[in-house]
Design a protein around this ligand. Structure first.
Ligand code: NIG
Ligand code: FE
Length: 416
């Protein structure tokens, strides 16, 4: 097992010997930083962190690889708990429609949107779908992401949903990044079932979920519980059916309207409820004293011109908050988690510490991975990136388009 020592690290951000599994309320203000540090990595795991003042090369001996970071900063890899990065082609035509004034709902109602992606996915074979998805996986790795959740939901037939989930499984096996897989058959009503929504929900419950469950193709189940998509009652049925297969929910809620999605998610013990652009005091109340992590996707608000979720309200109420990219072709064609964290500061008025916690440890928690990733902690997977020396924690989110990342390591291996 190779030992690597990184020395002369300007700062290790998120260096936490005893990290909480998730940070809530005031805990989100704490982002530990060790300045002028060294770190030892053994194989794929972080072994030890120390201050350069206590560093002696003699102690380490010769049987290790030493990397001199010469003042560069180190950050834990981003943990992106909500994406749709397995898709075919793109939807840049709808980008033009939006410029001309059509809303996301209007595009969907015309048979565009998610159904457009489903048509493209149907006519794309599995190898090509994998190839296109891997381009995005490599893109987000280069931008600092080290753990990602990927959803199905552009199949909308049993066969195509399984095809997507097999592609996610293949990515899991081949890419150096941590992956969680989510079945999102109820993303929209498949074309053949338009006008017969309840029959489509039956198909999801009686055919898709048992197949996905039996083949162990997903970690979680998701439903787009929102106006124009699936109702609370339908969501309830789907989550019930998924529970029998051990699929915990992570659901799309309150993006387009106050949908009741938060409450139904909480009722079923959801790991997270995501989007939350339209939430008020009742949703905050529903989330109190639960283990469900409110997750916001400011990239979708940015791209679709929607309101931003009440992030500060959630934190002030003592709740945790995760931020994720929602990388998808329709509402957030970007998986840049630094930009997501910057939007957290610029548009949601989070402090840089809160925003970094939201895109690292709390994102990890929203994938049930906080024992493994999300902080720089001895024992956790050595997933981190280095940057040019920074004047402050705030700077990388303030100067949000300046090139930043110098190198990326995943599971102790230098990737870029
Ligand atoms: O999270 N809101 C639902 N699903 C995606 C968008 C999917 C699409 O338009 O392709 C989202 O925003
Ligand atoms: Fe989404």
């Amino acid at each position: 097992m190779g030992l690597t020592i990184y020395k002369n690290i300007g700062a290790i951000v998120g260096a936490d010997p005893n990290p909480l599994p998730v940070k809530a309320g005031k805990e989100m203000n704490e982002l530990p930083v060790v300045y002028d540090a060294w770190m030892a990595v053994a194989g794929d795991r972080i072994m030890e962190i120390g201050s350069m003042a206590t560093f002696t090369e003699m102690e380490i001996g010769g049987a290790c690889h030493v990397v001199d970071l010469d003042g560069e900063w180190m950050f834990p890899s981003f943990c992106d708990s909500h994406t749709h990065i397995v898709y075919a082609g793109q939807r840049d035509g709808e980008f033009i429609d939006k410029i001309h004034g059509l809303s996301y709902e209007e595009i969907a109602a015309r048979g565009g949107g998610i159904l457009n992606s489903a048509d493209l996915l149907h006519s794309t074979d599995e190898d090509e779908l994998y190839r296109q998805a891997m381009v995005r996986v490599n893109e987000i790795i280069g931008k600092g992401t080290g753990a990602v959740e990927i959803k199905s939901g552009y199949g909308l037939t049993t066969e195509d949903e399984l095809k997507m989930l097999r592609v996610i499984r293949r990515i899991k096996r081949n890419a150096p990044i941590e992956i969680k897989s989510t079945f999102l058959g109820a993303h929209a009503v498949g074309r053949e079932y338009v006008g017969r929504q309840s029959e489509y929900v039956d198909l999801v419950c009686r055919e898709m979920i048992p197949e996905v469950g039996a083949q162990k193709l997903a970690d979680y189940v998701d439903v787009f519980c929102d106006t124009g998509f699936f109702t609370v009652e339908e969501t309830d049925r789907i989550l019930e059916a998924a529970h029998k297969w051990g699929l915990k929910p992570k659901i799309h809620a309150n993006e387009l309207a106050v949908s009741g999605g938060v409450q139904v998610g909480v009722k079923h013990g959801a790991v997270s409820v995501d989007h939350l652009e339209r939430t008020g005091a009742e949703e905050i109340e529903a989330l109190r004293n639960t283990s469900t992590i409110p997750t916001m996707l400011p990239g979708a608000s940015f791209f679709l011109g929607m309101p931003y979720g009440n992030a500060r309200g959630m934190i002030e109420a003592g709740l945790p908050l995760a931020l994720a990219s929602d990388y998808n072709p329709g509402s957030s064609p970007s998986g840049d988690m630094r930009f997501v964290a910057a939007l957290g500061c610029i548009k949601m008025r989070l402090t840089p510490e809160q925003s970094f916690n939201a895109v690292t440890i709390n994102g990890a928690a929203a994938m049930e991975l906080s024992d493994e990733v999300g902080t720089i902690t001895p024992g956790k997977i050595a997933n981190f990136f280095t940057t040019l020396p920074q004047p402050s924690i705030a700077y990388p989110l303030y100067a949000y388009t300046s090139p930043l990342i110098t190198h990326v390591w995943l599971a102790g291996e230098k990737i870029y």
